[in-house]
Design a protein around this ligand. Structure first.
Ligand code: SAM
Length: 339
């Protein structure tokens, strides 16, 4: 392993790979009800291509992989991909971001294939509200998925909630309570502005004067939790590569994380590179800049040449995102990048 850094001396060791642009939900802040134009299958990287890219990236210093989407579990035979990636010696962490709907069917197979842990997106514990947010009535499937993931030892299971004022902020305390009663690891995520034609009422921008009424900062979310008592900062971070700051209520096993891309960006610690389902490297989630890796891969470029493309992509990683200046990613939706 050589170790990989960008031009700001940030070590880059984490690759998030989107395996599909398809999703079985239509969350109001992410996708329109009718869906979006999907990539033809031939444009999506094959498992062999994803594996090749992961191997080359690992030779450059990437040692953590996350599979995301779209919804990664709608791609057929995902455990086969996990098993391929698990054979890469220098990869020591493979994780998955999922909406959890299909997890009860795959958790055990994924674990056996080499998946270490899972993040499950869940924005409401109320069936009607879940349906309003996701446009599907599938809360029970997600809850069963969470149980299945825990039962087969995918650990930790983290629950990610995107908080939206007036939509699900009345459930902040309910989610936090589950860290006390059930030992859940809950992370509250600030709503990010993304893509062009999402309903504008679901967006905020980083500019102080332009914050949308649905945006809630981590600080505002924290204030809602005062009713449950005083949280303490976690001394040991919960396993992962993420930017969350963790807290817990005394004598509980669960944790509460805050992910603050808007109110307190964490770009100076960013260790990530992203790969879209059709093989574009995306150095920054919140910047439209992308570098194509699929074409040279399909043209038969040498491993050295492909590694050079990856290295050069990393060198274009911006110092930080520019949401406060009003630069919002426009070319893709979050479902086409993977979060
Ligand atoms: N389908 C998978 C899932 O639901 O976790 C993976 C893809 S999804 C795009 C990844 C994450 O991005 C989800 O947790 C989702 O809630 C989050 N997300 C999507 N749009 C967002 C936005 N505008 N702001 C904050 N988080 C967002």
């Amino acid at each position: 392993m050589t170790g990989l850094s960008d031009t700001f001396n940030r070590p880059i060791n984490y690759l998030r790979m989107s395996v599909t642009d398809r999703c079985n939900l239509r969350c109001i802040y992410c996708l329109p009800a009718e869906g979006i134009r999907l990539l033809p299958h031939g444009e999506i990287l094959t498992y062999e291509e994803i594996d090749t890219i992961a191997r080359l990236a690992s030779e450059l210093g990437i040692n953590k992989l996350r599979l995301t989407g779209g919804e990664p579990l709608v791609r057929v035979r995902l455990p086969e991909l996990v098993a391929m990636l698990a054979e890469i010696d220098t990869i020591d962490d493979i994780s998955l971001t999922t909406n959890g709907i299909l997890l009860k069917d795959y958790a055990s197979e994924l674990k056996q294939a080499g998946l270490k842990r899972v993040n499950i997106s869940l924005d409401s514990l109320n069936e009607d509200k879940f349906e309003h947010i996701t446009r599907h009535r599938k809360l029970n499937e997600v809850l069963q998925g969470i149980e299945a993931a825990k039962a087969c030892g995918l650990n930790p299971v983290k629950i990610n909630m995107v908080v939206m004022r007036g939509i699900n902020d009345d459930e902040i305390v309910d989610f936090a309570n589950l860290t006390i009663t059930e030992g859940w690891h809950v992370r509250f995520i600030e709503l990010m502005p993304f893509a062009t034609d999402n309903p504008p009422e679901c967006h905020s921008t980083g500019g102080e004067t332009e914050l949308h009424p649905q945006f809630m900062s981590a600080q505002q979310i924290k204030e809602r939790l005062n009713i449950l008592g005083k949280m303490e900062a976690c001394k040991k971070p919960v396993t992962g590569n993420g930017p969350a700051k963790y807290f817990r209520f005394p004598q509980t096993t669960g944790t509460i994380g805050f992910i603050t891309p808007i109110s307190e960006h964490f770009c100076f610690n960013c260790n990530r590179l992203r790969l879209t389902a059709e093989g574009k490297l995306r150095p920054c989630l919140l910047s439209d800049q992308e570098i194509d890796l699929r074409q040279p891969l399909r043209d038969g470029a040498s491993p050295e040449k492909l590694k050079q493309v990856i290295t050069e992509a990393i060198q274009t990683k911006p110092r930080q995102h520019h949401l406060p200046q009003g630069t919002i990613p426009k070319t893709r939706r979050m479902s086409q990048v993977g979060g």
